[in-house]
Write a protein that binds this ligand. Sequence first.
Ligand code: MSP
Length: 648
Amino acid sequence: MCQKKPFYITTPIYYPSGNPHIGHCYTTVACDSIARYRRMQGYDVMFLTGTDEHGLKIEQKAAEKGVTPKEYVDEIVKTFKGLWKFMNISYDRYIRTTDDYHIETVQKIFKELYDKGYIYKGEYKGKYCTPCESFWTESQLIDGKCPECGREVTEAKEEAYFFKMSSFADRIEKLLTETDYLQPKTRAVELVNNFIKPGLEDLCVSRTTFKWGIPVTFDEKHIVYVWIDALSNYISALGYKNEKFDEFDKYWPADVHMVAKDIMRFHAIIWPAMLMALDLPLPKHLAVHGWITFNGQKMSKSLGNVVDPFVLGERYGADAIRYHIMREMALGADSSFSNEIMINRINSDLANGLGNLVSRTVAMVQKYFGGTLPTERESGEFDDDLIETATSLRAKVDDFMDKTQLQNALAEIFKLVSRANKYIDETAPWVIAKDETKKARLATVLYNLLEAIRIACTLLSAFMPTTMPKALEQIGACEKCAGYENCDKFGVLPADVTVHKGDALFPRIDVEKEIEELNSIIKNNEGESEETKALREELEGVAQIGIDDFAKVDLRVCEVKTCEPVKKSKKLLRFTIFDGVKDRTVVSGIANYYKPEELIGKKIILVQNLKPAKLCGVESCGMILSAVHGDDLKVVFVDNMPVGSKIC
Ligand code: MSP
């Protein structure tokens, strides 16, 4: 048996700094459709996706939530994996940059580049925001201020390692302009003019100002900064410089890396330079697509709720969403997301076009022949054109898939769907059925339709993997008939094929009602202030606890008998608190908010079973509850309840 040809395709590894949105879905669904198509063609496919989990942003977000960075990303990675399952993504491997084997590879790559002289120690200069502990480039600043917190930045320097990109400028220019690495190639000009012609700058590849990254083995105060870590995933996932996998020789170089234009530069310049420095072969293609935009803006995490793939998928089915985003976006261009266009497209192409073709044809086979076609045939007008459209389709789709032009591939398949629907109108089976002597002609027309459906649905199964097998089952196509290898042949279904009526593949959507409902979801989200949005995100991130956990915290109404400042501390107040049985000492950091006399005699809520702890040398037995908002703090007072009352 001859060995299957390997095919390696990758998505970017996404930042788990927020939940995934329809933009992430686009790249992943596109790669999934290609991976499925190649598997159908008989390739041995490795489809890789994953998450890029290091960096300052993750470190900060985790700190805000009071969890470790790893705990923080673990939660979001669950959502990514959940979405991929929901969207039926058939990845073969999921890489996390926090995986041990990846860390090992990155450390070895960094060391090799250093040993070869491609990484050197230098000084990083930039605009520094002290409160955020972050360097920014001039172009990242907003009105000259820190883009994160809006405060002043200062000129600062930091010791850092640099990657000598300049050594590879000529080879990279050739790669972009003289080979078909970059798809679409029209983007090469902007890359060459913006980055190579002005002189390729060396890249800063380490940091010392934050900790959440992969340590540089030979200089531990440095961590590997972003791109060397992230880009290496494409080879660490195959076992390059690690023992976890052993598939580097089989799958490298990659056949397709797919990314959007925001990270094209890193994949078109830095990644090839890294591979050149490591003396490794270069990937065959970098397919760059545009952005899904919403109201002219790039879909982003904050807009994520507006076009939430879970919400849309639940309403219309994951396949309909997959189809819509693939069909809308031409490789290279941006595509504006609109609920209205999506619903109209689902109705016109899927419900009316394909769904109707299948249901009408199956219904006619049942109505006129009880579900099983007779074997007599009589050809007639229009047959040849339909057969020609059907049998020539696969080659055209192959060609578009080779060029990662999924939109064109789908458009081509839907030409056959339209041709078949037109064939029904042209042949008018309901008229033929009236004439008892034309049974053979009627059977031929219906058989031809079933064959056209078989070919269209088989090729479409890479794009809509849940519904297409159902369609093929309805038309009586066995697994073998519904193979890619039969898509350029006509007459594959048995002459006496039996159909099986099933549910509508794509129910028609009530446009007005749906638009109204989706708009109201959008309004609710748009009406949300930044503050509410931040609060909602914070609340969503809080882990749920059971009633048993809550019951462990004993909260009681207590009375403040004395209160005085703690010596040597600006923040602490020392209290004598009566808990209904005895007096106890409690220390609380609220001196900036209250004078002692404002608290004496008040009834407060105390966490009375908190383990005692020493604060500035005073042992504190309990904690006073306060409400905190930004810089404001108010102790929670309880009037008219006896001391010792339980809060539950
Ligand atoms: N972690 C880096 C990538 C490292 S790859 C070695 C990163 N992550 S990201 O989470 O920001 O993902 C960017 C990618 O997500 C884009 O290149 C694209 O594939 C996808 N998209 C994110 N938003 C998108 C749109 N609005 N539209 C289309 N694709 C989008 O950059």
